[in-house]
Design a protein around this ligand. Structure first.
Ligand code: HEM
Length: 411
């Protein structure tokens, strides 16, 4: 079997996933952290597992937890920052209640109204490097765009957005960011958000509230129920956390895939020039399928014994659904290893499936489509400025993306 989890694997995990899909589609595997988990790699099993109510999101169901698994299966720092009650850690009925409340504030209409601002942000970032004729597209484009976008949407004042840029840089170990680990950045973000929510609640009480997402979260009610201040802070945080590195990777992996497939890139470039939004939307879905930002869905734990792809999974055992493997399953997709921006009926699992299906998908689509279209429009002769084997990948367990993407173009 090709090696799992070494540095070559991060650069191209797909041969190892093809082997697993074929020979051991549900396989118990020791992860780099030492935790053992079932890896699920076939499309049909993955889809079943994502929606199976016997697989809980609550880490309390992790059998190893009290022995030695503590702290190894969540967001670093989330325990100490009191962030455990976010959507990706809870099951119904709590999940149903919180998701219903957040959906009242984070609406497709709010996202659609934000479109012109995302375009301005993308244009502004390109303006900052266009005259140079070269850039690192991760550091200067894919990384800042989602962080400024979500900050503005949440209602973080402009003067404080640089702090988020810094904390996000610490989380991704961006060049030039202060050292100090993810845990510290998480705690600072959490502290800031708690304070901001407190301030916005007071403004709303004085009827001076703004029309931003945090005010929407405070205001949202369902049958007379509201989010508590702690729930609102955990929610704002998970919107930032879930919507940040994912979108960085969508823009980074997507641009890289286009630069490696000139024929497909030409198809998209033409569509952008002609304003063919249908093709642009389909292209971004295919880029998500082909080399998506989320390699594995977040943790699940068996609450009782179940059979998955013919394997017995015991109570307390963790399950990781490998979206990147499922989305290249030949049993589901014709020519799965080919990038085909005009692929039809593309039911990829890049945003998950079932009750935890990505809440931010409308915003992710808006950002992905805007970022790629603006880039191809503004820098039509964009080309890679490094050999593919010189590029380094950030191979965390859940996410997969480039550390940097050097490019050249006519200034
Ligand atoms: C959940 C992917 C962007 C917020 C998820 C899940 C996936 C995913 C696979 C399900 C995880 C699981 O079942 O374990 C993506 C991708 C994105 C993206 C590929 C970008 C291309 C965003 C954005 C936001 C966001 C921009 C918000 C601003 C969330 C939230 C959840 C979630 C809150 C948890 C939903 C729940 O548990 O009910 N996302 N996401 N995501 N995503 Fe995204």
């Amino acid at each position: 079997m090709p090696p799992l989890f070494d540095w070559r694997f991060a650069a191209d995990p797909y041969p190892a996933y093809a082997w697993l899909r074929e020979h051991a589609p549900v396989r118990r595997t020791r992860l780099p952290s030492g935790v053992e988990a079932w890896l699920v790699t076939r499309y049909a099993d993955a889809r079943q597992a994502l929606a199976d109510p016997r697989l809980s999101k609550n880490p309390h169901h992790h059998g190893e937890q009290s022995a030695h698994g503590k702290g190894k299966v969540g967001i670093p720092g989330e325990r100490s920052a009191n962030l455990m009650t976010h959507l990706l850690n809870i099951d119904p009925p709590d999940h149903t209640r919180l998701r219903r409340l957040v959906s009242k504030a984070f609406t497709p209409r709010r996202v659609a109204a934000f479109a012109p601002r995302v375009r301005e942000l993308a244009d502004g970032l390109i303006d900052s490097f266009a005259a140079r004729g070269e850039a690192d597209l991760i550091h200067e484009y894919a990384f800042p765009l989602p962080i400024y976008a979500i900050c503005e949407m949440l209602g973080v004042p402009r003067e404080d957005q640089e702090d988020f840029h810094t904390w996000a840089g610490m989380m991704l170990h961006q060049p030039g960011s202060p050292r100090g680990g993810v845990g510290r950045a998480v705690k600072r973000m959490r502290g800031y958000l708690a304070e901001l929510i407190h301030r916005k609640r007071a403004e709303l009480a004085r009827e001076q509230g703004a029309d931003d997402l945090i005010s929407g979260l405070i205001h949202a009610s369902d049958h007379g129920e509201h989010l508590t201040e702690n729930e609102a802070a955990a929610m704002a945080f998970i919107l930032l956390f879930a919507g940040f590195e994912t979108t960085v990777n969508l823009i980074g992996n997507g641009t890289y895939a286009l630069l490696r497939h000139p024929g497909q890139r030409a198809v998209l470039q033409r569509a952008v020039a002609e304003g063919d939004e249908g093709l642009l939307a389909g292209a971004v879905e295919e880029l998500l399928r082909y080399d998506g930002p989320v390699e594995m869905a977040t943790w699940r734990f068996a609450t009782r014994e179940l059979t998955l792809g013919g394997q017995l999974v015991r109570e307390g055992e963790p399950v990781l659904v490998v979206l990147a493997a499922a989305d290249r399953d030949p049993a589901k997709f014709a020519e799965p290893d080919a990038l085909d921006l005009t692929r039809r009926d593309n039911q990829h699992l890049g945003y998950g499936h079932g009750i935890h299906y990505c809440l931010g998908a409308p915003l992710a689509r808006l950002e992905g489509q805007t970022a790629l279209a603006t880039l191809l429009h503004r820098l039509p002769d964009l080309r890679l400025a490094a050999a593919p084997d010189e590029l380094r990948w950030r191979g965390g367990l859940i996410m997969r993306g480039l550390r940097s993407l050097p490019v050249e173009f006519t200034a």
